[in-house]
Design a protein around this ligand. Structure first.
Ligand SMILES: Cc1cc2nc3c(=O)[nH]c(=O)nc-3n(C[C@H](O)[C@H](O)[C@H](O)COP(=O)(O)OP(=O)(O)OC[C@H]3O[C@@H](n4cnc5c(N)ncnc54)[C@H](O)[C@@H]3O)c2cc1C
Length: 423
C-alpha cells in the first residue's frame, strides 16, 4: 500500500505552492497531476505583486527573474477619445509595483523545480485521482489512474483537493457549493501586438459587448465577453461579424483582426462563481478554485489560490509533521481565507450587476463612445488619481495577503528582487 502524509490532487497554482511549502516544512507530500505537463493555452498567466513578494520570501525571486515576463503597471479603459487609466499598480504598497505576466507553465515549472529540491516532495504527472478512499466516514486518500492505464491507491493523513473549478473530489465528498449566477462567458483569442501599441491592460464595455486586451509583448491576450449561454448563437453569426465587433470596440486593433482565422482560434471559458459552504470534511480539504471558483473579473483567481495554499501550509505543517491533525485545524484554514474570498466574490458580483450585465444586455452605451461620457467612477479616478491605487491593491495584493511561513523562507528571501533579480 502506498502512503504519504499529505496527498495533493492537482498541480495548479494552489497545489504546487502548498506542496512546496509543506515539503520545506519536512512533511512528506505527493502531488498527483492528471496532465503530462503544465502546458495549457489560455490559463491565468498573472503573477500578482503579492506573489512576487512571496517568491522573494521563498528565495525564488532570482529564478523567477530569469523567466521571460512582461510587466503591467496600469489598467486603462478605452474611449473614442483615447485611453484613461483606472488602476495604477505603481501606487500600491510593497516592493513590487506591477503584475508580471508569465506563461503559467513556466511559473508552475519553477515551483516544481523548487519542490524537487526537497527530499519529502514527490510530483507524479499523468496521474489522475479518480475516487476518494474512505474509512468510517473519513477520507483516507485517493484511488488514481496512471499514465500506463494502471490504477493504484495512495493513502494519506490529509488529502487536499486542488483540482480546480470542476473538482471531482469535492463532489465525491458531498461538499455543498453555493453558486452565484453570472451574466457572462468569455471568448479568449490572440491578436498581434505592434511596436508603439498601448501597454498594460485595456478594457471597453457597452452596447452589448465587452473586450479586455492584455499586453503580452508580441501579442495581445484578448478576452471578449459574451452573455452567458450565447456562445453557439454568436458563433453562428460568423467570424467576420465577430472581427467587426472587436474592431468597432477597439478601433486601433481593426488592422489585425484578420489574425483570428476561424472559430478554432477562439476558446470559450464557461464562467462560474461559487463557494463551498464547508471547505473540508474529515481527512479532506479543498483549496483554490476547488473551494471557490472565481469570475475572471479582476484576474484574481490565481492570487486567491496561492494565498489559500500559503495559509494552509502555515496552519497545517505543524500538525501534519507531528501526526496530530484535527478537524479544527482544517476549519482554521477556512476561517482564515473565507472573508477575503467572500468579499472578493461580493465585489465581483457587484461589478457583474452594475457594469457587465448592463453592458452585455445593451442597457448602457459603449463606454466613452461619441457623446457618451465616461461613467462617474471613471471620472472620479481621473480627478483623484491617488484613488487608482484602490483597484490596483485589490487586484494585485488582495484583501488578506499571506506571507511565507518561517520554515519555508529561502536564504535570499530578503535581498532578491523577483522582477529585476538584483540583490
Ligand atoms: C482561460 C482562463 C483564464 C484565466 N485568467 C486568469 C488571470 O488572468 N488571472 C487570474 O488570477 N486568474 C485567471 N484565471 C483563473 C485561474 O486560472 C484560477 O483561479 C487558478 O488557476 C486556480 O488555481 P487552482 O490551483 O485552484 O486550480 P487550477 O489552476 O484549475 O489547477 C487545477 C489542476 O488540477 C489538475 N486536476 C484536475 N483534476 C484532477 C484529477 N482528478 N487528478 C489530478 N489532477 C487533476 C488540473 O490538470 C490542473 O492542473 C483564468 C482561468 C481560465 C480558465
Amino acid at each position: 500500500m502506498e502512503r504519504t502524509t499529505c496527498c495533493v490532487v492537482g498541480g495548479g497554482p494552489a497545489g504546487m505552492m502548498l506542496a512546496l511549502l509543506l515539503a520545506r516544512a519536512g512533511v512528506a507530500v505527493t502531488v498527483l497531476e492528471k496532465h503530462g505537463d503544465f502546458l495549457r493555452d489560455f490559463r491565468g498567466d498573472t503573477v500578482h505583486p503579492s506573489t512576487l513578494t512571496l517568491l522573494d520570501e521563498l528565495g525564488l525571486g532570482a529564478e523567477f527573474a530569469k523567466v521571460p515576463h512582461r510587466l503591467v503597471q496600469q489598467l486603462q479603459v478605452q474611449l473614442d477619445s483615447g485611453l484613461l487609466p483606472v488602476a495604477d499598480f505603481r501606487r500600491i504598497p510593497g516592493p513590487h509595483k506591477h503584475l508580471a505576466l508569465v506563461p503559467q507553465w513556466d511559473f508552475l515549472g519553477l515551483l516544481a523545480d523548487a519542490g524537487r529540491a526537497e527530499p519529502t516532495f514527490t510530483l507524479r504527472m499523468q496521474t489522475k485521482a479518480t475516487e476518494l478512499l474512505t474509512e468510517g466516514g473519513a477520507v483516507t486518500g485517493v484511488r488514481y489512474r496512471s499514465a500506463d492505464g494502471g490504477s493504484g491507491e495512495l493513502r494519506a493523513d490529509l488529502t487536499v483537493a486542488c483540482d480546480g473549478r470542476r473538482s471531482v473530489l469535492r463532489d465525491a465528498a458531498g461538499l455543498r457549493a453555493r453558486s452565484f449566477g453570472v451574466p457572462l462567458d468569455v471568448w479568449w483569442f490572440r491578436l498581434p501586438r505592434h511596436d508603439g501599441d498601448p501597454t498594460g491592460g485595456i478594457a471597453r464595455f457597452g452596447s452589448g459587448q465587452g473586450t479586455v486586451v492584455i499586453d503580452r509583448g508580441d501579442y495581445f491576450q484578448c478576452a471578449y465577453l459574451i452573455r452567458k449561454g450565447t456562445d453557439a448563437t454568436l458563433r453562428a453569426e460568423g467570424i467576420e461579424t465577430f472581427r467587426r465587433r472587436v474592431a468597432a470596440m477597439i478601433p486601433w486593433l481593426g488592422d489585425r483582426v484578420e489574425a483570428v482565422g476561424d472559430w478554432d482560434d477562439v476558446a470559450l471559458l464557461d464562467v462560474r462563481l461559487d463557494r463551498l459552504v464547508r471547505w473540508s470534511t474529515e481527512g479532506l480539504l479543498c483549496l483554490g478554485d476547488a473551494a471557490h471558483a472565481m469570475s475572471p473579473v479582476g484576474g484574481v483567481g490565481i492570487n486567491l489560490a496561492i494565498q489559500d495554499a500559503v495559509a494552509a501550509a502555515r496552519l497545517l505543517a505543524g500538525p501534519l509533521r507531528h501526526g496530530a491533525l484535527t478537524r479544527r485545524d482544517l476549519d482554521r484554514v477556512q476561517l482564515r481565507r473565507w472573508a477575503p474570498t467572500a468579499l472578493t466574490q461580493a465585489m465581483q458580483r457587484v461589478i457583474h450587476a452594475r457594469l457587465l450585465n448592463p453592458a452585455l444586455t445593451g442597457a448602457i452605451p459603449l463606454v466613452g463612445a461619441g457623446s457618451a461620457r465616461p461613467s462617474r467612477p471613471i471620472r472620479l479616478l481621473q480627478r483623484l488619481p491617488l484613488l487608482q491605487a484602490i483597484p490596483a491593491t485589490v487586484v494585485g495584493i488582495g484583501l488578506v495577503p499571506e506571507h511565507a511561513p518561517a520554515f519555508a523562507r529561502g536564504v535570499s528571501s530578503r535581498t532578491t528582487n523577483s522582477t529585476t533579480g538584483r540583490h
